[in-house]
Design a protein around this ligand. Structure first.
Ligand code: 13P
Length: 247
C-alpha cells in the first residue's frame, strides 16, 4: 500500500522568516494522513528540520554525486542528511536545462543519495515540442532508463512526472494525459523491480494548486504531488495536503 506524499519544492525562495510557513503548516496539519515534505533552500534545512521535529519531512533540492572533497559550493548527500533532510529532489528540469544535468549525472547523484539513506525524488518530463510530436512516452522511458539508479527501491525512490511546459505556467495536462504517463511509469517500474515497483510513489508536478489538486489526486497511479509555487504559503499547500488526505 503506497502512502501518499505531498512534497513542496521551494526552489530558490525562502529566508529565515519563511520558516513561519512551516510552523503554520504543521499547526494546521498536526497528524497528516499522508506524508508531507518541504524542500526549502539548503540554507534553511537545519532550522526547518529542528522546527519540524519529524512531524513533516524536510528535504534538499539537489546533491553532489561525491560524498566529500574539493568541490567548491557543492552539497553532499551526507551533508543533507546531517542537516536533518530525509529526501532529496534530483534531476529537476530546471537543473537538467539550466545546469546541463544529464541522465548520467542524475543517476550518479541518486545512487549516492540512496546509499546515504536519503529518499531520491527523481524528476522526469517532456517539453511542449516533445509532446506535440507525440514523443512524450519515449522521452519519459529514456529518462527513466538513464536516471534511475541500480539501488532504487520502493522505499527509497519517488518519481515525479513534471511536464516542463506545465511548470510555473498555470497550464496542466488533461487528466487523461496524466493518467497515460503515470500508468506507463507504473508499468516500467514493475517491469524493472517486480512487486517492489508497485511500491514506488509517482508524483505529478506542474501548476498544482488548491483548485485542481483533488481532480489530479483522483487519477489512478498518482500518489501525490511535487508542488512549486503553491507550496510557499502554508494556506495553499495546506489545502493541497487536505485534498490528498481526502483522495
Ligand atoms: P509549480 O508548482 O510552480 O508549477 O512548480 C512545479 C515544480 O517544478 C515542482 O518541482
Amino acid at each position: 500500500m503506497r502512502r501518499k506524499l505531498a512534497a513542496g519544492n521551494w526552489k530558490m525562495n525562502g529566508l529565515k522568516a519563511s520558516l513561519s510557513e512551516i510552523e503554520a503548516l504543521i499547526a494546521a496539519h498536526p497528524g497528516p494522513d499522508c506524508d508531507v515534505l518541504i524542500c526549502p533552500p539548503t540554507t534553511l534545512i537545519s532550522a526547518a528540520a529542528a522546527l519540524a521535529r519529524g512531524r513533516i519531512a524536510i528535504g534538499g533540492q539537489n546533491c553532489h554525486p561525491r560524498l566529500s572533497g574539493a568541490y567548491t559550493g557543492g552539497i553532499s548527500a551526507q551533508m543533507l542528511k546531517d542537516a536533518g533532510a530525509s529526501h532529496v529532489i534530483l534531476g529537476h528540469s530546471e537543473r537538467r536545462a539550466d545546469r546541463y544535468e544529464s541522465d548520467e549525472v542524475v543517476h550518479a547523484k541518486a545512487t549516492t543519495a540512496i546509499s546515504e539513506g536519503l529518499v531520491a525524488i527523481i524528476c522526469v518530463g517532456e517539453t511542449e515540442r516533445e509532446r506535440d510530436r507525440g514523443a512524450t512516452l519515449d522521452v519519459i522511458s529514456s529518462q527513466l532508463k538513464g536516471s534511475l539508479p541500480l539501488n532504487a527501491s520502493g522505499a527509497y525512490l519517488v518519481i515525479a512526472y513534471e511536464p516542463i511546459w506545465a511548470i510555473g505556467s498555470g497550464r496542466t495536462p488533461t487528466l487523461e494525459q496524466i493518467a497515460e504517463v503515470h500508468d506507463f511509469m507504473r508499468a516500467e517500474m514493475v517491469k524493472r523491480l517486480g512487486d517492489d515497483g508497485d511500491e514506488i510513489r509517482l508524483l505529478y508536478g506542474g501548476s498544482v494548486k488548491p483548485s485542481n489538486a483533488a481532480d489530479i489526486f483522483a487519477v489512478p497511479n498518482v500518489d501525490g504531488a511535487l508542488v512549486g509555487g503553491a507550496s510557499l504559503l502554508a494556506s495553499d499547500f495546506g489545502a493541497i495536503v487536505a485534498a490528498l488526505e481526502a483522495a
